[in-house]
Design a protein around this ligand. Structure first.
Ligand code: GDP
Ligand code: IMO
Ligand code: MG
Length: 422
């Protein structure tokens, strides 16, 4: 399978978890390289639903190594809860999961600051997951962060935490928020540190050994292209590089060891949180929500929904260097007719082929649609492309062509079986 970077080509929740689970069958190692427990990756094994936040989705297949790379920000208490939760379903992380010693920690003051900054922003809020992601990456960039390597060194952690809490409690007080108790935070984080210590490793060396042994590595992207801190719809983005380059910096595996970039995209568009979504359509959202679909895997929020936006996905192909595509949730469009696809934006009378970088301009873009006939038949039983209704085949062929990369996978349901590999 070679070394594959899997990225979300839209605004997150493209179905990356499901596709990772399918591809893990042929991989040796699955690596998360950015983001934190803001991610929610859903995998169904039969009827059983798993939602992974920090642990790579590859953990659900036996004898596959999973790595949380240096680029991830880790809330250790929440990671322990996730590992324990998996354990209750018989999924063993011990011996299969490795955590980078240089990954930064999310501390309770990061979560509190995330919440306070959102309150202060009022109607301009980002709509974050309130998991402390922005403030944790902020500390990393400011060189004031705390890392896994500090957490598993008790005297050092105590000293650093004392200092960090003193400073951050002053900031919290300025926001009018309650200061945090050193005793409580220290006890919870030390306990988590003891639990996680056996998992902590130099994952850069581990991955380079795997590369030397020609193991197949799958890099599991979190969030999506338009939530990228550099290339997304700033400021309505997350705080990491969600695009392909993030897989290199977040793991220590260099670009020329990567073989393929796979872009995952839904057959329509969703976004959770604030910021422009040019093809947003409340009627389509209502239809999908009434089907019980499109509720956030991390926060449970109803996702905003819109038509497939080929301007966005074409840009994603360029930024990530997408070689192949996986289209998910085709079955979500089964009852819809006609099905709209955005093929260009119009802004101030001009036609645009790339999304403008300015958030207000993007907000003002009007989509130019091409309508496709619906198929009005269920697709979830198809296992070969030829078993799809011809209108569905025409639709996926068109969105792949507009996106500018060959189609490799079509997903027609949430489980492993409901997958067509071309
Ligand atoms: P991720 O964050 O990219 O891993 O995506 P999420 O798990 O947050 O959201 C994707 C949702 O779509 C989850 O509920 C998946 O179970 C579901 N899903 C993925 N692919 C398909 C599909 O082809 N059909 C259907 N019906 N559901 C899918
Ligand atoms: P997965 O990996 C969808 C969104 C939030 C918010 C913005 C910033 O499941 O695709 P943050 O908490 O990161 O500071 O929030 O980014 N967001 C996601 N949206 N899927 C995700 O992850 C997301 N992770 C963050 O809703 O708009
Ligand atoms: Mg998700």
């Amino acid at each position: 399978m070679a070394n594959t970077i899997l990225v979300g080509a839209q605004w997150g929740d493209e179905g990356k978890g499901k596709i990772i689970d399918v591809l893990t069958e042929q991989a040796d190692i699955v690596v998360r390289t950015q983001g934190g427990n803001n991610a929610g990756h859903t995998v169904f094994i039969g009827e059983q639903k798993y939602v992974l936040h920090l642990v790579p989705s590859g953990i659900l297949r036996k004898r596959k190594l999973c790595v949380i790379g240096n680029g991830v920000v880790i809330d250790p208490v929440s990671l322990v809860a996730e590992i324990d939760g998996l354990g209750r379903f018989g999924v063993r992380c011990e011996g299969n999961l490795f955590i980078s010693e240089t990954a930064h920690l999310v501390l309770p003051y990061h979560r509190e600051l995330d919440a306070q900054r959102e309150i202060l922003k009022g109607k301009n809020k980002i709509g974050t997951t309130k998991r402390g992601i922005g403030p944790a990456y902020g500390d990393k960039a400011a060189r004031t962060g705390v890392r896994m390597i500090d957490l598993i060194n008790p005297p050092r952690f105590e000293e650093v935490l004392r200092r960090k809490l003193k400073e951050n409690n002053e900031i919290l007080k300025a926001f009018g928020a309650k200061p945090l108790s050193f005793k409580k935070v220290h006890a919870a984080y030390r306990a988590a540190g003891d639990r996680l210590k056996p998992f902590v490793a130099n994952t850069v060396v581990l991955l380079h050994e795997a590369v030397r042994e020609q193991k197949d590595i799958l890099f599991e992207g979190a969030q999506g292209t338009f939530l990228d801190i550099d290339h997304g719809t700033y400021p309505f983005v997350t705080s990491s590089n969600t695009t392909a380059g993030g897989a290199c910096t977040g793991s220590g595996v260099p670009p020329h060891r990567m073989d393929l970039v796979l872009g995952v995209m839904k057959a329509y568009t969703t976004r959770v949180g604030e910021g422009a979504l040019p093809t947003e359509d409340p009627t389509l959202a209502k239809t999908l929500h009434e089907m019980g679909r499109e509720f956030g895997a991390t926060t449970g929020r109803a996702r905003r929904c819109g038509w497939f936006d080929a301007v966005a996905t074409r840009y994603a192909t360029m930024i990530n260097g997408i070689d192949e595509l996986a289209v998910t949730n085709l079955d979500g469009l089964d009852g819809i007719d006609p099905i709209r696809v955005c093929v260009g934006y119009r802004l101030n009378g001009k036609r645009l082929q790339v999304p403008p970088c300015d958030a207000t301009q993007l907000e003002n873009c009007e989509p130019i649609y091409h309508d496709f006939p619906g198929w009005k038949k269920p697709t979830h039983t198809a296992r070969q492309i030829s078993e799809l209704p011809s209108a569905a085949r025409r639709y996926i062929k068109a969105i792949a062509e507009l996106t500018g990369a060959p189609l490799r996978i079509v997903s027609v349901g949430p489980t492993r079986n409901e997958t067509i590999v071309l």
